[in-house]
Design a protein around this ligand. Structure first.
Ligand SMILES: [Zn+2]
Length: 192
C-alpha cells in the first residue's frame, strides 16, 4: 500500500513524515512515548535538547494536528483559518535566521533542538515549498479513518485521495451503496 503513496520532494518530506507518525487507521503512533519522539527526531538529525517529557510530546502532537489541518485545507476539505492561527502562535518561538546566497537568494535556516528545533525546521520547509509552489501539493487524505499525508504530483493538482486504490475506492463504494439504498427506498416503478 505504501508504495503507491508518493513522497514529497526535498525538505517537504519532513512535514509529510511528521504528520504520518500517527497512523489513524491502525491507531499506531510513533510518538506514543517521549522515547519514541526522541528516536524520530534523531532520524531527522534533530537533537533532543535534554530529556524529553510529556510537555514536549503534547507540543509535538499539537504541531502534528495543526499541520494535518493545513494539509486537509490543501485537499480542499476544511478551512485553514484556525490551523493557520495555531501555527502562527507556535511559530513565534521558533528560532529561524535568514541566509543570503551569492545571487541574493534568501533562505530560512532553522536552529534549535528538540520540539522547538523541529518547529523551526518545519517552518523553513513550508516556506521553501511555498516559494517553489509545491506546498499546495502536500495534502491530507479526506477519508476520516485515514488522514494520511500524501504528495499530489498529478499535473493539474487534482488528486484527492492518498490512494485511489484504497481510500478513493472506498469513497466510490460508499457513493454506490448510497445510490443503491436511495434507489431501493424509491422502489421499482417509482418516478425518478
Ligand atoms: Zn487515505
Amino acid at each position: 500500500m505504501a508504495a503507491t503513496r508518493e513522497e514529497a520532494p526535498g525538505r517537504l518530506r519532513l512535514v509529510q513524515d511528521l504528520v504520518n507518525t500517527a497512523d489513524l487507521e491502525t491507531g499506531e503512533d510513533r510518538w506514543s512515548s517521549a522515547d519514541g519522539l526522541r528516536q524520530w527526531l534523531g532520524t531527522w538529525g534533530i537533537a533532543p535538547a535534554g530529556p524529553l517529557g510529556p510537555l514536549d510530546l503534547a507540543e509535538a502532537r499539537e504541531l502534528r494536528e495543526v499541520l494535518r489541518a493545513l494539509l486537509l485545507a490543501n485537499s480542499g476539505t476544511a478551512l485553514a483559518d484556525a490551523a493557520a492561527g495555531a501555527l502562527a502562535r507556535i511559530a513565534r518561538r521558533a528560532p529561524l535566521r535568514a541566509t543570503v546566497g551569492a545571487a541574493g537568494a534568501v533562505e530560512l535556516v532553522a536552529a534549535g533542538a528538540g520540539v522547538v528545533g523541529l518547529t523551526a525546521q518545519v517552518l523553513a520547509a513550508i516556506h521553501e515549498a511555498q516559494v517553489r509552489g509545491t506546498w499546495s501539493r502536500l495534502k491530507a487524505c479526506p477519508a476520516a479513518a485515514c488522514r494520511y499525508a500524501f504528495y499530489d504530483s498529478s499535473r493539474n493538482r487534482s488528486g484527492t485521495w492518498c490512494t485511489m486504490r484504497v481510500c478513493g475506492a472506498r469513497a466510490k463504494a460508499r457513493t454506490y451503496q448510497r445510490r443503491l439504498r436511495a434507489a431501493r427506498s424509491t422502489g421499482p416503478g417509482a418516478s425518478p
